[in-house]
Design a protein around this ligand. Sequence first.
Ligand code: S3P
Length: 167
Amino acid sequence: MNIILIGFMGSGKSSIAKEIASRLKLQLFEMDEMVFQKTETTTMDEVFAKGGEALLRETEIAISKEYASLDNHVISTGGGVVLNKSILDNLRGDKGKIFYLNASFLTISIRLAENTSRPLFKNLKEAESLYHMRKPLYLKYADHVVEVDQKSIEEVTQEIIEEVYGR
Ligand code: S3P
């Protein structure tokens, strides 16, 4: 069974996925890293320079098809995977669990204030409207919603593990 983390940029998907994988001794699968490998890039700015957002989305779809049989992984997705329904359908398989890391926009904007690595988080106003547009999609695809504001990585990890295994 895969544990799949979704949520907006800066909600903590990568850090929490890493912690879950290490606690449960599962393999980690980082979608953004796979995108870099497949597009022969090293940053999202490069991906966008090469083929715009369309290249990112196409690549995410291709990865989800290629790895549809992945099992026993913790998958940290890119914030935009909810834009294409097939991506989560492919990654979830028949028994994956999708967790939405729900962070407020305030928390996210504080966390990403110094971070310039995200092409879709360069302008605060635009990022905020993207946040509000995306939110219903995260809620729609989530099996579980985890509130992450003011919680440590360990606390969020513990909640997810308890939800998955009941311990
Ligand atoms: C994006 C989120 C990013 C990355 C790209 C686009 C988005 O991933 O895939 O910059 O559309 O929300 P993170 O959520 O891991 O930052």
